[in-house]
Design a protein around this ligand. Structure first.
Ligand SMILES: Nc1ncnc2c1ncn2[C@@H]1O[C@H](COP(=O)(O)OP(=O)(O)OP(=O)(O)O)[C@@H](O)[C@H]1O
Length: 709
C-alpha cells in the first residue's frame, strides 16, 4: 500500500506538553474511503493526536502526512476546505442561529449560498437539527453537537475528523449518523477519523485504533480484533490489551494476541502485524522521497475576501446579538465619564469651620450692617465692627460656620473630628487692625498680633484642608480689597507684590481640568484593552478560533476582522467621552478638536493592541482581567494623570515617559489648553509614542502566537 491511498499517515510521532509525553512514538494510517475509529480511555491523547493531524498543534518529532502533504504546508489541504473538523468542544458562536453556524463555515469555504442551503436542508433532516432560527445558546448540548457536526460536513470534505460526535445523541440518531458515514465513505470516498467513548458503536468502522498511554496498542478491523482476542465485544478486546500493556507485557497487538490466545492463532496474528508495519514503512519511504524532490513551502497568509466577509459577519452578529455586551460597551464610557466629571475636582461644600469671635461674641452678627464700618476722619480711615464685616464674607457654600465660646472648645472639636478648623478673632481685633494699618512699619508686635485672624486647621485630609485654606485667603483678600476702596487706599495695597498674568489657563480652573487629558486617554485605553482581551479569549475558549483556522482561515484574518469591528466600537466610545466632556459639560478647549480626537482614539487603539497581547499570554478571562488591571494601574499612577510628572524622581520620570500614556497625555493637554497644532514637536511626540507602542505590542503578540504553536 502506498501513501497515495492514505488520507492520513502518522509515523513515530512524539508530542509533549512540557515534560509530559502525550504521544509516544505513535504511528497510524487512515486510508481514503474508510472510517477509522480512534478509541481509548479519557486523557490518552486522542484529541491531541487529532489536533496534530489538523495542524493546530506542532509535534516534537516524527512525521504527519495528510492528503498528500504536511499540515500547514502548501498542498496539504490542511488547514483548508479539504478537511472537515468537528472538535470535541462545540466550538460555535452562541449568538449564531442553527442556520448561521452552518452558513458561516460554508461561506468561509467559499461555497455558494444556494449550495450551502441545499446541504443545510439535507443535514438538518438527517441530524434532526433544531429550527433554523434558534440561537445556539438556547439549544441543548446534544443539539449543539449535531449542529457542530453539520458544520463540519457542509462542504463534503475529503477528510472528516470527528472528535466524539455522538456524545449526548440518542441511540437511534447515533445509528443514523453511523449509517450516513458508512454511505459517505462508500459514495464519496471520504476518509473519516472518529473518536468515541462508546466503543461498541465503532464496530461499523473499517479500522479501529486502540490508543493507550500515548501509543497505539492495535490498528485492526473490528472483526479481526474480535477474532484475534476471541471476544464478543470490542470493549473486552480493549480490556485485554490494556491489561497486558499495564503489566508491561506487550507493546503491539501481535504480543497481546499471543498472550490472550496461546500459540494457536500465532500465524494469523503475525501476518497482520507485519502488514500493518509495512504500511507505515512504505509510506515513510515515499514521504521522505517526495520531500527531497519538492521543497515544501509554507502557505502564505493571504487575506481572502470571502473569509473576511464571513468573519466580519460573525463578529457583527456576536456583537449586536449580545445585548448585555452592547449595553456595557456603549454605556460604560459614559458612566465612567460622568463619575469622573461629577466626582472629581469639584470644591468641597459645607466644611464645618469653628468661629471664636471674642470681639462680638457672635458668629452671625444678626443685625449687622455694612454702613458705618468705615469712617474717614482727618484723612485717616477708622474701622468699626470689622470681625462682623469679615464674617459676612464667609457666607460661602464651602463654609458652614459653627460658633464656639472659647478657643479651647474649638480646638477640642478639631481634635475630635467635629470641625475641620477654626478661626479665632481677638477681643480688640478691629482696633488693632486699624492701628496696624495706620502705624505701618512702626506697628508694635502685639498690635500686629491682635490685628490678625488666627486660623487653626486640620490638614490630615490635605486636599480638603488646603482647599479651605486657599478659600479663606481669597475671601480675606476680597474683604481687604473692598475695605481699602472705601478708605480710598490703593485697592491692591494688601495683596502680595506680585503681578500675575496667565498666557495659558487661568487661576480659577478646577483640578478636574488638569485631569481631563489623562482621564480621556486612560479610560479609552482601559476600555480597549478590556474589550479586546475579553472578546478574543471568549472566541478562543469557545474553540471558534481554532475551528475556523482548520477551515482555512488565517490568524491574520481573524485578528484583522476583530480589529475592524472593535476599532469601530472604539470610534463610538471616543466620541461619547469627548462629547460628554466638551459638549455636554462644556469644558473649554482651545486647540483643534480633530487632533484631540485623534490622540484620544489612538489611546483606545493602543489599549486594544495591549488587550490583544494580554489575550495571547493569558489562558482565561480571570488571568486576562488580572493582567489588564495589573498592567493598567501602575501605568495610570505614573502617567501624570493624578500628579505632575515634575514631582517624580528623575529616574522614575524618564521611565514614566517611556510608558504608553505619558507623552500622549502631555500632547493632549498641549492641544487642549495651549492650542498647539498637530505638527508641533511636543504634540508629535505623544502621537508617535502611541503609534510606536501599537506597533511594538502588535508585533510581539504576533511573534508570540507563532512561538506558542
Ligand atoms: N495544552 C495542554 N497543556 C498541557 N497538557 C495538556 C494540554 N492539552 C491536553 N493536555 C493533557 O494531555 C493529555 C491528553 O489530552 P487529550 O485531550 O488529548 O485526551 P483525550 O484522549 O482526547 O481525552 P478525552 O477522551 O477525555 O477527550 C491529558 O492528560 C491532558 O490533561
Amino acid at each position: 500500500m502506498t501513501i497515495k491511498n492514505a488520507a492520513v499517515n502518522v509515523h513515530d510521532v512524539v508530542k509533549k506538553y512540557g515534560d509530559k509525553t502525550i504521544l509516544d512514538g505513535l504511528s497510524m494510517t487512515v486510508n481514503r474511503g474508510t472510517i477509522y475509529g480512534l478509541l481509548g480511555a479519557s486523557g490518552c491523547g486522542k484529541t491531541t493526536l487529532l489536533s496534530c493531524i489538523v495542524g493546530r498543534k506542532s509535534i516534537n518529532s516524527g512525521e504527519v502526512w495528510v492528503l498528500g502533504g504536511t499540515p500547514g504546508e502548501k498542498g496539504s489541504g490542511v488547514p483548508g476546505p479539504r478537511v472537515g473538523y468537528m472538535p470535541q468542544d462545540i466550538a460555535l458562536v452562541g449568538e449564531f442561529t442553527v442556520k448561521d453556524a452552518v452558513f458561516y463555515f460554508g461561506r468561509i469555504l467559499n461555497m455558494e449560498d444556494k449550495l450551502i442551503q441545499e446541504r443545510f436542508t439535507k443535514l438538518s433532516k438527517l441530524l434532526e437539527l433544531p429550527p433554523d432560527d434558534r440561537f445556539l445558546k438556547n439549544c441543548s448540548g446534544g443539539q449543539q453537537r449535531r449542529v457542530s457536526f453539520a458544520a463540519a460536513m457542509v462542504h463534503m470534505p475529503e477528510l472528516l475528523i470527528l472528535d466524539e460526535p455522538t456524545v449526548g445523541v440518542d441511540p437511534v440518531l447515533r445509528d443514523k449518523i453511523w449509517n450516513y458515514l458508512v454511505e459517505l465513505v462508500h459514495t464519496e470516498k471520504t476518509a473519516v477519523i472518529i473518536t468515541t467513548h462508546y466503543i461498541e458503536e465503532a464496530k461499523q468502522a473499517d479500522k479501529i485504533g486502540l490508543m493507550r498511554g500515548g501509543k497505539l496498542l492495535a490498528e485492526e478491523s473490528p472483526a479481526r480484533l474480535l477474532s484475534l482476542f476471541q471476544t464478543d465485544t470490542l470493549e473486552e478486546a480493549f480490556l485485554i490489551l490494556s491489561r497486558n500493556q499495564e503489566e508491561g507485557r506487550i507493546n503491539r497487538v501481535i504480543e497481546a494476541a499471543n498472550i490472550s490466545n496461546g500459540n494457536g492463532s500465532m500465524q494469523s496474528v503475525s501476518s497482520t502485524s507485519v502488514s500493518s508495519f509495512n504500511i507505515a514503512y512504505d509510506s515513510k519511504e515515499e514521504l521522505t522521497f517526495d520531500r527531497k524532490k519538492t521543497k515544501i513551502k509554507k502557505d502564505k497568509t493571504s487575506l481572502e475576501r470571502h473569509r473576511m466577509k464571513a468573519l466580519l459577519d460573525k463578529n457583527w452578529k456576536q456583537f449586536y446579538r449580545n445585548i448585555t455586551g452592547i449595553c456595557f460597551l456603549v454605556t460604560f464610557p459614559i458612566l465612567e465619564t460622568l463619575c469622573f466629571l461629577n466626582g472629581v475636582g469639584g470644591d468641597p461644600k459645607n466644611l464645618k469651620l469653628g468661629i471664636v469671635n471674642d470681639e462680638t461674641l457672635s458668629t452671625r452678627c444678626p443685625n449687622f450692617d455694612f454702613n458705618g464700618t468705615t469712617e474717614i476722619q482727618d484723612f485717616d480711615c477708622h474701622f468699626n465692627n470689622m470681625s462682623c464685616r469679615f464674617l459676612e464674607y464667609l457666607e460661602h457654600p464651602m463654609i458652614h460656620k459653627i460658633k464656639f465660646e472659647t478657643l479651647d472648645e474649638a480646638k477640642a472639636a478639631i481634635r475630635h473630628g467635629k470641625i475641620i478648623g477654626t478661626l479665632y478673632i481677638a477681643k480688640n481685633f478691629t482696633k488693632s487692625y486699624e492701628q496696624r494699618m495706620q502705624d505701618g512699619k512702626e506697628a508694635d508686635n502685639w498690635i500686629v498680633s491682635f490685628g490678625e485672624i488666627k486660623a487653626f486647621m486640620d490638614l490630615s485630609n490635605r486636599q480638603t484642608g488646603a482647599t479651605l485654606k486657599y478659600k479663606l485667603y481669597e475671601l480675606f483678600y476680597n474683604f481687604q480689597e473692598e475695605l481699602f476702596k472705601e478708605c480710598n487706599y490703593p485697592a491692591k495695597l494688601g495683596n502680595l507684590p506680585i503681578q500675575k498674568s496667565f498666557l495659558y489657563g487661568n487661576e480659577d480652573e478646577s483640578y478636574v481640568v488638569y485631569m481631563i487629558p489623562g482621564t480621556i486617554i486612560t479610560l479609552l485605553f482601559f476600555m480597549g484593552s478590556m474589550m479586546t482581551s475579553q472578546i478574543i479569549i471568549t472566541d478562543r475558549k469557545e474553540g471558534v478560533w481554532d475551528r475556523s483556522i482548520v477551515a482555512g482561515v488565517t490568524s491574520l484574518e481573524i485578528t484583522i476582522t476583530h480589529f475592524i469591528l472593535q476599532a469601530a466600537i472604539m470610534l463610538l466610545q471616543s466620541s461619547e467621552v469627548l462629547l460628554f466632556i466638551f459638549g455636554v459639560y462644556g469644558y473649554p478647549y482651545v486647540g483643534d478638536f480633530l487632533t484631540m480626537f485623534l490622540i484620544a482614539y489612538l489611546g483606545g487603539i493602543c489599549g486594544m493592541v495591549y488587550g490583544f497581547w494580554v489575550s495571547v499570554i493569558c489562558e482565561d478571562h480571570s488571568q486576562a482581567n488580572i493582567s489588564v488591571t495589573g498592567g493598567f494601574l501602575p501605568m495610570m499612577l505614573l502617567c501624570g494623570l493624578i500628579w505632575p510628572l515634575e514631582a517624580m524622581p528623575i529616574g522614575l520620570r524618564i521611565f514614566s515617559k517611556c510608558l504608553p500614556f505619558t507623552l500622549a497625555i502631555v500632547s493632549l493637554r498641549n492641544v487642549m489648553k495651549k492650542g498647539w497644532p498637530i505638527w508641533d514637536l511636543q504634540v508629535c511626540h505623544g502621537i508617535g509614542s502611541l503609534i510606536g507602542w501599537i506597533f511594538i505590542i502588535g508585533i510581539c503578540s504576533v511573534w508570540l502566537i507563532k512561538l506558542k504553536r
